[in-house]
Ligand binder design. Structure first.
Ligand SMILES: [Zn+2]
Ligand SMILES: [Zn+2]
Length: 79
């Protein structure tokens, strides 16, 4: 299974924002309190990080995903 990490916008209360927003980030729907930050979650379930900018999270995510890639293959038992 390929591991990936998804970055999603969140509100100030940490709930995920699935609302539509304008191109400037302003909420389009009345139930939306506005996006306060972003959260990234690894599909392997071992990593979650929150940051105020998407760019910073993308950097952290790429670093984390690299840690999965460099894991040794399963041939280690053949010592
Ligand atoms: Zn929202
Ligand atoms: Zn992970």
């Amino acid at each position: 299974m390929r591991i990936s990490a998804t970055i999603r916008p969140i509100h100030a209360d940490q709930s995920v924002c699935t609302h539509r927003v304008t191109s400037t980030g302003k909420p389009k729907e009345a139930s939306c309190t506005g996006r306060a930050a972003y959260t990234a979650t690894c599909s392997a379930g071992d990593w979650t990080q929150t940051g105020t900018t998407k760019a910073a999270l993308e950097y952290s995510r790429d670093s984390h995903l690299r840690s999965h890639i460099t894991q040794p293959a399963t041939a280690a038992s053949n010592a």
